[in-house]
Design a protein around this ligand. Structure first.
Ligand code: GLN
Length: 287
């Protein structure tokens, strides 16, 4: 039987890039991501520089980051970056790692945002939603808020890189907006904490390392969604849309809340996994 290439970790000193990649202990894609990150090589350079010898300092750093990953640390936190809507975004353990299903919310908002209109992203975290929308639509006036100063710092860095026009506000949901007067938005979008307290997923995989207050409301999963829906009419323009991401089993409950608060055209949309992942509706138009 031909002997399979076996992982040999921690890495020995003075390996070349190709040997190191063969011996790396994770799946091939993750091996490449971590080696590119530490050596500062593109995916192509991993191939074109496959004979390059890895220095002692680089080997020590590689052993550290591979061990972090073997201990469960999300790869996005190790490399400090995750792509969302085609944009490389800075991330840290202060913010949720942007997820592909959240791109649905961005698409829904882009389809409903009139030219030159205003949009509010509530609980922006890394800034993913606000930055993706503002990057696509430089005409829009995008405001993003979060209660976490650490999150706002990351979000501002992402805006600076991709969509410098985004305005930021530190706010516990609508609180600071109420103080600031009566700005109204054409679209409000949010991906709030919606996991039920004690859900087993909170203790599994990447979620163990993510900011718990961004994942769960520490309650029935609907409390942040309730606050956002209840306050939206005071902060939307006539005809304005409220668009919300929610959990796989929350669509009916969110639609009921939207109905109860007078929204029209209340509906849910499925993500790429065919799960009802976002719901929304709009206020009645004036006149
Ligand atoms: N979609 C995330 C997850 O289930 C949760 C994000 C959130 O609570 N907003 O992993």
């Amino acid at each position: 039987m031909a002997s399979a290439v076996t992982a040999s970790f921690p890495f020995a000193a003075a390996l070349d890039v190709a040997t190191l990649l063969r011996q790396a202990p994770l799946e091939a894609l993750e091996n490449r991501i971590l080696v590119s990150h530490v050596l500062g090589l593109s995916r192509i350079q991993l191939i074109t520089q496959s004979e390059r010898i890895v220095s002692a300092a680089e080997t020590a750093r590689l052993n550290d980051v591979f061990q972090q990953r073997l201990d469960g640390e999300p790869i996005a936190y190790i490399v400090g970056e995750r792509e969302f809507f085609g944009l490389p975004l800075q991330v840290s353990p202060a913010v949720l790692i942007p997820r592909p299903e959240t791109e649905l919310l961005v698409e829904l908002a882009l389809e409903r945002l009139p030219p030159g209109a205003s949009l509010l992203d509530m609980g922006t975290g890394s800034g993913a939603i606000a930055v993706a929308i503002a990057h696509q639509r430089p005409d829009a006036a995008v405001t993003a808020l979060d209660v976490s100063d650490a999150a706002l710092q990351i979000a501002r860095a992402n805006a600076l890189r991709h969509a410098p026009g985004v305005s930021f506000l530190r706010s516990d949901w609508y609180a600071a907006l109420n103080d600031a007067g009566h700005q109204r938005f054409a679209v409000i979008a949010s991906n709030p904490p919606y996991i039920v307290a004690g859900d087993r997923h909170l203790a599994e995989g990447d979620l163990r390392f993510e900011p718990v207050d961004a994942l769960t409301d520490h309650d029935d999963g609907l409390s942040a969604l309730r606050i956002i829906i209840a306050g939206a009419a005071d902060h939307l323009l006539p005809g304005g849309w409220l668009l919300l991401e929610h959990g796989y089993d929350q669509a009916a409950a969110v639609r009921a809340l939207l109905d109860a608060h007078g929204f029209d055209a209340v509906q849910s949309w499925r993500d790429l996994a065919s799960i009802e992942r976002a719901s929304g509706g709009h206020l009645k138009s004036a006149g």
